[in-house]
Design a protein around this ligand. Structure first.
Ligand SMILES: [Zn+2]
Length: 116
């Protein structure tokens, strides 16, 4: 049984030279877009205090609401934090990680399901 990838490679081999070159350009764009750190809009009610983009990851220090209705963050708009979050593209998806009060850069083992 040929794997999906084998079938895909066979289909690519059958393309003309022009089609292969167009495919290579398209792939380069896909790879570049996926490797770039994402631009992240803060969730509703949050404010971004600081942002750093390192490698493929966007780190944001965010002021957040805790969700308790009587908390000062709800009644007086005094948000909590800032807390650092990391954002990274994984294929078409945007993934996020909570880091904490102090910025700590993500290591490869922090995202075990990521393709490296
Ligand atoms: Zn609160």
């Amino acid at each position: 049984m040929a794997s999906q990838r084998d079938r895909l490679y066979k289909q690519i081999q059958r393309l003309s030279l022009d089609e292969k070159q167009a495919l290579r350009e398209w792939l380069d764009q896909q790879i570049e877009a996926e490797q770039a750190p994402p631009e992240v809009e803060p969730q509703q009610g949050r404010e971004v205090a600081e942002k750093k983009q390192i490698g493929r990851v966007t780190y944001q220090a965010e002021l957040v609401k805790c969700g308790k209705p009587n908390c000062r963050c709800a009644t007086e708009e005094q948000l909590h934090g800032p807390y650092w979050y990391a954002y990274r593209k994984q294929g078409q998806k945007l993934k996020s990680w909570y880091i904490g009060k102090e910025l700590k850069l993500l290591e490869a083992e922090d995202y075990p399901d990521a393709e490296r």
